[in-house]
Design a protein around this ligand. Sequence first.
Ligand code: DOR
Ligand code: ZN
Ligand code: ZN
Length: 356
Amino acid sequence: LVQLSNKYLILPGMVDLHVHFRDWGLSHKETLEGGARAALAGGVVAVGDMPNTSPHIRTAELYRKRVEQGSGLPILYRLHMGVPEEVAELDRARPRSVKIYPEDVASFGWQHVERLAERCASLGCFLIFHCEDPSYFKNSERPPEAEVACVERVRQIAHRTGVRVHLTHITLPYTAEATRGWASVDVTPHHLLLDMDNCKDPALCLVNPRLRTPEIRRGLLAALASGLIDMYATDHAPHTLEEKRSGNPPPGICSLDIALSLLLSLWKRGIVSLDDVVRLYSFRPSRLLGVDIDTARGSFAVVKLEEFEIRGGNFAGSCKFTPFEKFKAFGMVEATAVRGKIYFKNGEVYSLQLAL
Ligand code: DOR
Ligand code: ZN
Ligand code: ZN
């Protein structure tokens, strides 16, 4: 699976199950093509894109349109469908997965989520939760208790309906423990490495779920080290710098270009093994999304084993700033190939043409 010389590492292509490629009404933040560039620069060959586009993808028609557009990318594209107003829309769209936001729970209620869960269970789709119970939100506060309460709700729904569930971007070691045996979970690079104390730029560090205390963050790292976390995903959520610097900055951090390097830094620190890296950011998410990224089929990343300083200005996507600016990372992505073709080499993304 992994070949190691003293200078280079060859890994199977990475798979990021949680990205926001925007486009459509939000193409000023990012486009499908820009997102794919960031992915390729980061050694990522397959993604699961999120449905909170403009418009939000809640119908079979929009779902099909987006999947068709995504299939023109050089990377492998999957899409999590948004919550439909009518459960029967799932029969028409037949998505592999449905993404549930706290905003969906706030507007449609937990009962609607349970009806979706029943339908998904019989159709064989799974639910992917941004797990924060909105009844715990006060003003702009979104406390950890919102995650705890959501986990309990989702546990009940999973047990009653038998639906397969995945909780994305969990922030608490509690959640990793409490979901054992009935849900899979992923963590983001920012919830593992940034917290309320060490992240200095309030706008660039603003994200949902919020960054937590240093204690909680260290607990999450310990959960990762002890094998309680199934997957690693960026929640790559681009906004423009102008939006981030406005009086009302939107939440979101983009990290697709550097996520593999940040994970390899945890390997360098002895927190995870190289097998963990491949399991967390390639093997498990590829199974969840249903993509085949076998190295034998020519989808791989080449990494140079040296330390480097992160610079948002070097990012290949539209988003060129990061709260990780000047962080020391280990393992620079040198090349990325998808299905036998090299699309990224020496800092350049090649022949990226959207077949729309
Ligand atoms: O920080 C976030 N940004 N959290 C989300 O759930 C949505 C995302 C976005 O789309 O910008
Ligand atoms: Zn989310
Ligand atoms: Zn997201």
